[in-house]
Design a protein around this ligand. Structure first.
Ligand code: ZN
Length: 158
């Protein structure tokens, strides 16, 4: 198990666009394992590669149903709407109200570079949208309606 340092908002790497992955090299396989370890250690539901300083289009998500690894992900369909509290491991202890699609279908490649489709509603749809935004240098704070507030660590935090 190897933990990586999570970059905090203000770090310019979080504002950059990530490059596509062409091949899952041993180095990338290790990166993905480390991203999962880092996400679980931080009690997050998702983590994108730029959050650990790597500008590659890779995200990991686990909303409690097991790990999802998405390489070169893209949203192919989004509909509905949900407004709720959203946080980010790159802005610890904070959250804000963000409106997202309530249902998304995305396509991505797995660790064997096989393409797959994933459908998510509610929290999974939110997590997919949030993590994919990181790959283009965007943070949820750009979308917050109202104030960004402190969250109590006893409550659920992303
Ligand atoms: Zn985030």
């Amino acid at each position: 198990m190897a933990l990586r340092t999570i970059r905090i908002q203000g770090d310019e790497i979080l504002e950059k666009k990530c490059r596509e992955v062409t091949e899952v090299t041993p180095k990338i396989a290790t990166l993905i394992e480390d991203m999962l370890d880092t996400m679980y250690e931080a009690c997050g539901v998702g983590l994108a590669a730029p959050q650990v300083g790597i500008l590659k289009r890779i995200v990991v998500i686990d909303i409690g149903d097991g790990p999802i690894v998405m390489i070169n992900p893209r949203i192919i369909s989004a509909d509905g709407e949900q407004t709720g509290s959203e946080g980010c491991l790159s802005l610890p202890g904070k959250a804000g109200q963000v409106t997202r699609p309530n249902h998304v279908i995305a396509r991505a490649f797995d660790e064997e570079m096989n393409e797959f489709e994933i459908e998510g509603t509610e929290l999974l749809a939110r997590a997919i949208c949030h993590e994919l935004d990181h790959l283009d240098g965007h943070m949820y704070t750009e979308l917050v309606e109202g104030d960004i507030y402190d969250v109590n660590y006893d409550e659920e935090d992303e």
